[in-house]
Design a binder for this molecule. Sequence first.
Ligand code: RBV
Length: 422
Amino acid sequence: MVKYKVADESLAEKGKEALYTAERKMPVVAKVIRERFEKEKPLKGVTIAGCLHITKETGILARTLMAGGAEVALCGSNPLSTQDNVAAALAEEGVNVFAWHGNTDEEFYWCIRQCLDLKPNILIDDGGDLIVTAHQDYPNLLKAGNFWGCQEETTTGVKRFKAMEKQGVLNVPLFPVNDARCKNQFDNELGTGQGVVSAIYGMHVLFAGKICVICGYGHCSSGMALRARGLGANVIVTEVDPIKALQARFAGYQVMPIKKAIPGADIILTATGCKHVIAPTKEMFELLKDGVILGNLGHFDIEIPTKELYEYAKEIKPIRKDVEELIFPNGNRIYLLAKGRLANLVLSEGHPSEVMDMSFALQSLMSEYIVKNKDKFKPGMIPVPEEIDDKIGFLKLKSIGIEIDTLTEEQYNYIHGYTEGT
Ligand code: RBV
């Protein structure tokens, strides 16, 4: 019997409408892979738990995994990103979904535990909370080899698992799906890049002529810098990595330390994967200009020091949906998007279906790969096989009607050889 807890079951119809629009934009997951899964049932008898943003795109992934024969459980990977209509629709379709918008930290982990209580064989995580909880609270399942393989969707989660592996405490085979080319070069760059729109939704603000500080210049933030510039903003990039800083400089952006960048900034957007990108100090807060918009598009809400900003403000006023005005002791007003949580998920609907098609095609094929090869894995990080990455590239190209060349035998031998030179 399906178990679930959602905000409002009566939203299911609205959720189905949202899912309907995503289906057609995700042809690789919703058509090519799903049709094969329906025939071959590669996931028959397998329970898969996903701690993912509960969006229409995640719903499409759940439908495909179920078409392959899996029992699916879902919980949200962020308290503010759950789309309650989608959660209701999925519960009605037989997904064990435990998610509602605005759950507390305690409720967030309760939802994770509901999924783990179903003894899933495969864990699909976004940020690491599901798999870390499995390590901390489910030692028996871990010892019994219940988790055949785990998949991580995002950069922040991969960072956590690399640290666990280094400290010798990662006890499951872990596939960093985020690091596959079909994921980070598209979803991260284009999806998060387009997330600057969330700042526009938030404040209905004109980017043209504004000074926009983009913190970070990785896959996500470089996409944001590009889109902000495209909208006419003067973009300043801040970095700690010398190579990325050079890349930003040679891409034509101003690069400087955050302390220098802040005083002139009209909009500050972070996606670094680090904490306290704006240091949580009175000195730093006093540098913030009156009217500045602060938004974070990284996984956790500590890039902008949300807690400390709330403490420092003498007044906090909600002014639009998911936007608050913080009035500082010096009278300056700061506009904080989405309580410092992923503004691209909270103020907008997450990354567009077209790019999530590739990320979730990877998650689908990796689930099948884990079932087929589970006896061969050892605990630790295991890269996504290149053949799977390439296959999704080909399927995506085909779905949008693009053909490419193939190497001739002579070219193949040249590329893989060393004897031919001057
Ligand atoms: N993300 N999912 C969505 N529409 O379901 N949007 C973004 C969606 C994922 C994305 O893959 C990114 O790595 C992660 O959210 C950050 O938590």
